[in-house]
Write a protein that binds this ligand. Structure first.
Ligand code: PLP
Length: 481
């Protein structure tokens, strides 16, 4: 690794990425390539001899960029955004530059200690109860994804419960959630070896804003107990993927506590917003939960991967996930004075992710981070206002954060046309244009188009353009009748 050559190529790469951002709006937001496009363009085997970076970068421009869906485009309104920032990029570079593998404290003390400090900082910004912070006996860890946070917390309580009731009872353990819970919980349940038959997505209703109802939870628990099953884990969501619904944490935790159930709060998308005092009430009741996670890699100027997980009882994680091979034995671990994060996660090896979060927190400060989030919320409100000005559209679910669920109203769609089908065609037509990218959800049988404002570069003009695009494509489709 020649440092002068690194400097030369590094500068070239920064220029390349800066140019990419400068020109990002010229690219269709959703990639327009067909499956298998890249195999047709690239050689069948790796080159025998080295190739210069200049040639490789030309190929990135020519072959890779067409196959990129531009998540950093200001016209990206799909899924939930994964936004980034200069601070985060620089933190990522440092992380890669040091390339430490901080599985335990001694493998890189700064990696562990910075992660613990940053997680306490963030926990305080979110006003989590002190019992979730290291300073209060709990603690936080950065995982790659919410799926990993689900799996590790599930495994923690599974092991705790089985140590009490006996391993032969694994097939009696039950996991509760709502039918709006992110689909990755189901996968985590499967990986954790819990019977798929004991996965209980409880039905929600529009009349209840698609929140998980505490009484429905209680009913499900009682039925399971009567059937000889063992309630284990409840996942509540703050900001569901389909409609950003918020489960009532306090009452749900009260029910769960009565039955000794571990409560995990998944605030993957909306958690970041709760650093703003006006959104913090969505976390009311979190004090009754056992674990809480949010994805800084969604709405917190921090790129993938950065899921922040806090637990009140770290020993539940470490009892379930610890490994103690001879090669890792060291005095610091034996002293029990340090955190060995390998025992808080699935994998052994881990990146120094705290660096990028630390740079983001320091470079922006809490005040600017709040303003950044508020800016997106205001733009989402603006989009709602635009919709309200055209009676052909309707906002289908109340907006809690910066995502608007809308559709062309059934009243303007000709009788024989299915309203869901019409909106499906509308969305495909918008996305095929490349001018913006949105995705849909089906909630309570209703097909909605989701516009999630959250890309770092998005400004009002992009939201206005998105609305114009929606109108133009709706006009074209309505005219075909
Ligand atoms: N939970 C919610 C509410 C989400 O919206 C998402 C992703 O969008 C996830 C969990 C999954 O997150 P991850 O991709 O980090 O596993």
């Amino acid at each position: 690794l020649d440092h002068e050559e690194f400097r030369r190529q590094g500068h070239m790469m920064i220029d390349f990425i800066a140019d990419y951002f400068q020109n990002i709006e010229i690219y269709p937001v959703r990639s327009q390539v067909k499956p298998g496009y890249l195999r047709e363009r690239l050689p069948e085997s790796a080159p025998l001899n080295p190739e210069p970076i200049e040639t490789i970068l030309k190929d990135v421009q020519k072959d890779i960029i067409p196959g990129i869906t531009h998540w950093q485009s200001p016209n990206f309104f799909a899924y939930f955004q994964s936004n980034g920032s200069i601070a985060n990029f620089l933190g990522e570079m440092l992380c890669t530059g040091f390339n430490t593998v901080g599985f335990n404290w001694i493998a890189s003390p700064a990696a562990t200690e910075l992660e613990s400090i940053v997680m306490d900082w963030l926990g305080k910004m979110l006003k989590l109860p002190s019992s979730f912070l290291f300073s209060g006996g709990g603690g936080g860890v950065i995982h790659a994804s919410t799926c990993e946070a689900f799996l590790c917390t599930l495994t923690a309580i599974r092991e705790k419960k089985l140590s009490i009731i006996g391993r032969e009872n694994l097939d009696k353990l039950v996991v509760y959630c709502s039918d709006q819970t992110h689909f990755s919980l189901k996968k985590s349940v499967q990986i954790a070896g819990i019977s798929p038959e004991n996965f209980r997505p409880i039905v929600t209703a529009k009349s209840n804003s698609f929140q998980l109802c505490p009484e429905s939870l209680r009913l499900a628990i009682i039925l399971d107990l009567e059937a000889g099953l063992v309630p284990l884990y409840l996942c509540c969501t703050v900001g569901t993927t389909s409609s950003t619904a918020v489960d009532p944490l306090g009452p749900l935790c009260d029910v769960a506590q009565e039955y000794g159930i571990w409560v995990h709060v998944d605030a993957a998308y909306a958690g970041g917003a709760c650093i703003c005092p006006e959104f913090r009430h969505f976390l009311d009741g979190v004090e009754g939960a056992n674990s809480f996670s949010f994805n800084a890699h969604k709405w917190f100027l921090t790129t993938l991967d950065c899921c922040c997980l806090w637990v009140k009882d770290p020993s539940a994680l470490t009892n379930a996930l610890s490994t103690n091979p001879e090669i890792l034995n060291n005095q610091a671990t034996e002293s029990k004075q340090v955190v060995d994060y390998k025992d808080w996660q699935m994998a052994l090896s881990r990146r120094f992710r705290a660096l990028k979060l630390w740079l983001v927190l320091r470079s922006y400060g809490v005040a600017r981070l709040r303003d950044f989030i508020r800016g997106h919320v205001k733009m989402a409100k603006h989009f709602e206002w635009l919709l309200a000005g055209d009676k052909r559209f309707e906002v289908v679910f109340p907006r809690n954060f910066a995502m608007v669920c809308f559709r062309v109203s059934p009243s303007v769609i000709p009788n024989d046309e299915d309203v869901n089908e019409f909106n499906r065609n509308l969305l495909e037509s918008i996305n095929a244009s490349g001018g913006a990218y949105m995705v849909h959800a089906v909630v309570g049988g209703v097909y909605v188009i989701r516009l999630a404002v959250g890309a770092t570069l998005t400004e009002y003009r992009h939201v206005n353009n998105a609305f114009k695009l929606v109108q133009d494509h709706a006009n074209a489709l309505l005219c075909t009748f």
